[in-house]
Design a protein around this ligand. Structure first.
Ligand SMILES: C[S@@+](CC[C@H](N)C(=O)[O-])C[C@H]1O[C@@H](n2cnc3c(N)ncnc32)[C@H](O)[C@@H]1O
Length: 262
């Protein structure tokens, strides 16, 4: 994955890793002491981050179900993270065991875990790749991993805010949009610039220059990245508003939305 700034290094149990920290927040077991220390520091500042991680997971699963109900039979999980139950393929395979799920992540730690945990699961393909690579679509097509002539559901959950303004997020999304067949879906989340000011300041101080660097965006800025898609109701809103019900607000506000290729 040449050419990009802020790319994760190899597997090192002595250094905290963002994907393993996230795994810990979701209650997973694929993390080390060094990751748990970082997660606990984060939770000391924003205890609701663990709740938010679960809201995010619920949104991801709702996105999968929406696409399944619309007849989509292939999924592309971009920035998939360490496999967590219920995983995309677990939900999808309940509907149809023949569904294909491609799990892309640029972190060798995630790739190693995915290979270990998913080897032998039919229809699931872990891939080590950077979503910022504008030739990723060609690679997916060339390796026959995604049939872009058929509707596909792309999941970009917990990832867009790691792509900076000068890293061409609109071009990246346009590449996928142009390749996707009509009736395809994209489900995404994005850290909101309307989050708690103290939380955002600390996040910027702690992560600038690292792979966990955050680019907070407004709903309008996020919507502007989605040119050419139809935005499904309820629009680009907080995850809590998207999920509905009486869910509590969180210091970090995450926007969520699902769009459809017309
Ligand atoms: C917060 S986790 C989200 C995991 C999963 N999508 C979920 O919602 O549970 C973010 C993941 O995105 C991956 N990621 C961040 N930037 C990426 C990039 N440019 N290319 C590929 N993966 C990326 C990280 O390695 C990490 O595993």
């Amino acid at each position: 994955m040449p050419g990009h700034r802020r790319v994760p290094e190899g597997v090192d149990p002595t250094k905290p890793n963002a994907a393993r920290v996230y795994d810990y927040l979701l209650g997973g077991k694929d993390n080390y002491e060094v990751d748990r220390v970082v997660a606990q520091r984060m939770l000391a500042t924003a205890p609701d981050n663990r709740t938010l991680a679960w809201f995010s997971r619920q949104f991801l699963i709702r996105g999968v179900e929406l696409a399944l109900d619309a007849g989509v039979r292939q999924f592309l999980d971009l920035g998939a993270g360490i496999p967590t139950s219920p995983a995309v393929h677990e939900v999808a395979h309940k509907h149809d065991p023949a569904i294909r799920v491609v799990s892309v992540d640029y972190d060798p730690v995630v790739f190693a875990h995915s290979n270990a945990m998913l080897s032998g699961v039919a229809g699931v393909h872990p891939m080590l790749a950077d979503v910022r690579d504008l030739d990723l679509v060609d690679r997916l097509r060339g390796e026959n991993l995604v049939d872009f002539d058929q509707p596909v559901a792309i999941l970009l959950v917990g990832v867009l805010h790691y792509i900076m303004a000068d890293e061409a997020p609109a071009e990246m999304l346009a590449r996928f949009r142009d390749a996707m067949a009509p009736g395809s879906f994209l489900a995404f989340t994005q850290g909101s610039d309307d989050s708690d000011r103290g939380f955002m300041d600390q996040a910027r101080r702690d992560t600038t220059g690292t792979t966990a660097q955050f680019c907070f965006r407004s709903a309008a800025e996020t919507t502007a990245l989605l040119d050419g898609f139809d935005i499904l109701p309820p629009g680009v809103v907080t995850i809590q508003d998207w999920l509905g019900g009486e869910l509590p607000p969180t210091l970090l506000r995450i926007l969520a939305g699902i769009v459809r290729k017309p």
